[in-house]
Design a protein around this ligand. Structure first.
Ligand code: BEZ
Length: 179
């Protein structure tokens, strides 16, 4: 993946818009890969599902807490992507009180498939989801890659460590020291 451009896809997000009126004032908003990635250096992390235990207890909240440290290492944004629709991702973000990390709904799995990271999780009743990985993406190009070991369909374990915020932050800090 290093040096490759992230796939160009259109994400179907749901945004609040009071002009819609009623008790549920949300509308669709298409957001492109370029909208998310052009002209920014971002950390993207991808996980098997919103609301799942490791993601909700450790990975997402830890990225949220460590945002200032990532910014100090030259990261403009932190994005969390999952093969879940916009309704699920919005509900997860609300439950996590996110102020920093932005959630990207890859409901159809198109981005994840084109990244080569789509795996079957039928053993969990999930269908097709993302293998755990993270990347530093600079102006749409993958600058650094953090993929959990054992990429496979219906994996009976859930390796988590390489794509943790702590590991990525340590890597960025040590690169700065070595430079
Ligand atoms: C977890 O984040 O803990 C998890 C992810 C996928 C399936 C089951 C659990």
């Amino acid at each position: 993946m290093l040096g490759r451009k992230v796939p160009s896809v259109t994400f179907r997000t749901r945004v609040r818009d009071e002009a819609v009126g009623g008790s549920n004032p949300f509308r669709w908003q298409d957001v492109s890969s370029d909208d998310y990635f052009a002209g920014k250096r971002v950390v993207l992390f991808s996980l098997p599902g919103a609301f799942t235990p490791t993601c909700s207890t450790f990975q997402l909240p830890d990225f949220e807490k460590l945002t200032a440290e990532f910014r100090a290492e030259g990261v403009d944004e932190i994005y969390c992507i999952s093969v879940n629709d916009a309704f699920v991702m919005n509900a997860w973000g609300k439950s996590q009180n996110l102020a920093n990390v932005k959630l990207i709904p890859d409901g159809s799995g198109e981005f994840t498939r084109k990244m080569g990271m789509l795996v079957a999780k039928d053993n969990l009743g999930f269908g097709m989801r993302s293998w755990r990985y993270a990347a530093v993406v600079n102006n749409g190009v993958v600058e650094q890659w953090f993929e959990e070991e054992g990429y496979s369909d219906n994996c009976d374990s859930d390796p988590y460590g390489v794509s943790s915020p702590q590991n990525i932050l340590e890597t960025l800090k040590s690169q700065k020291l070595a430079a």
